[in-house]
Design a protein around this ligand. Structure first.
Ligand SMILES: NC(=O)c1ccc[n+]([C@@H]2O[C@H](COP(=O)([O-])OP(=O)(O)OC[C@H]3O[C@@H](n4cnc5c(N)ncnc54)[C@H](OP(=O)(O)O)[C@@H]3O)[C@@H](O)[C@H]2O)c1
Length: 307
């Protein structure tokens, strides 16, 4: 198959393109950075600029499936202007892709969109376990971002293209992502839970996430799927397991929630909110997790890097 990948230069995209090639597929990719266009000898790069509505439509040539991962990072400070960028890069980016395909109607062969979404669409809750059909009534900034992002994906169904929305949890990977941030205090022996530490953390090993994207694409899944391991943990247990994997002590008291909110503002939601998310739907589809347990995932990750 031939793919078009957006966000191919990011954490998930880099791992995905490696797997794609390993499975004998080929890909084009879209990047917002012109210097990245020739950075990948395996894939053909095309430029787009979401803000200016610029898209090189030759990126769709020969493509069967789009894997759409692009979006401005949510880990930068949420100023008013940056919040707009988080939302626009996702909603306007998705619409730009759909508009590009619409102008090519009858002259492209794209049959499927596999799009990244996030478990942040679910309201924070101590309840076990949120399924994909949970009612949506977005209230917080992050819930609204993901809600409108998913809504923009529906443009593709008007074009007769199958859509799979993949609601991703915290991605655990060797480099980057949430572990890169949590690792710093933990390596100093200062790892601590945030708030009361009881909030649910729904995580997924990057290998499982990449396999899930590949399965969704090759088996032509449509609908909404949670991309989380079947065993979410409390925030406190995540920090404890990380300290254990890094062979560091874990003794610090939790950092009070008000202190984190004082330092990071609304963005504190990222670590204080609770998401216990179900993996049952993908399991029922026959998906097999290589890393269903947190400890084994962290062991794999830190064995590979040697820390
Ligand atoms: N990592 C996680 O834990 C996690 C959890 C839930 C959901 N997700 C979602 O999954 C997707 C992939 O995650 P990731 O961790 O791989 O993200 P990432 O490392 O931040 O990469 C995202 C990519 O999006 C592109 N991008 C950045 N700003 C953009 C903008 N303003 N307009 C258009 N494209 C832009 C960049 O590609 P270029 O610079 O080449 O344009 C970048 O490589 C993201 O949409 C993310 O929100 C991730």
């Amino acid at each position: 198959m031939k793919f078009l990948i957006t966000g191919a230069t990011g954490l998930v995209g880099r791992a995905l393109t490696v797997q794609l090639l390993a499975e004998g597929h080929s890909y084009n990719f879209l990047t917002t950075r012109k210097q990245q266009l020739d950075s990948d000898p395996q894939g053909k790069g095309f430029y787009w600029n979401v803000k200016e509505g610029v898209l090189d439509e030759s990126c769709f040539q020969g493509v069967d499936c789009i894997i759409h991962l692009a979006g401005a990072s949510i880990s930068k400070r949420w100023t008013k202007a940056y919040k707009k960028e988080i939302l626009d890069s996702r909603v306007a980016g998705t619409e730009l892709l759909a508009n590009g395909l619409k102008t090519l109607e009858g002259k492209h062969q794209v049959k499927q969109l596999i799009a990244a979404s996030a478990v942040g669409i679910y309201p924070s809750s101590t309840e076990l376990l949120k399924e994909e059909d949970a009612q949506q009534n977005p209230q917080t900034f992050m819930e609204k971002v993901v809600f409108y992002w998913e809504q923009s994906m529906d443009r593709f169904s008007e074009l007769g293209i199958g859509i799979a929305k993949i609601r991703i949890g915290l991605v655990l990977a060797q480099e980057g992502g949430v572990l890169a941030t949590l690792k710093i205090p933990t390596q100093l022996g200062l790892g601590a839970a945030f708030g009361n530490g009881k909030q649910g953390q729904s995580w997924i090993h990057i290998t499982d996430l990449v396999n899930l994207f590949m399965t969704a694409a090759t088996a032509r899944w449509t609908g909404i799927y949670n991309a989380v391991a079947p065993n979410p943990v409390s925030q406190k247990n995540l920090m404890k397991a990380l300290a254990k994997a890094l062979k560091r002590p874990y003794f610090m008291p939790p950092l009070p929630g008000f202190f984190i909110t004082m330092l990071t503002g609304e963005m504190s939601a990222l670590v204080l909110e609770s998401h216990w998310i179900s993996a049952q739907k993908v399991i029922d589809k026959g998906f097999v997790f290589l890393y269903p347990e947190l400890e084994a995932s962290l062991q794999d990750i830190y064995q590979k890097t040697g820390k």
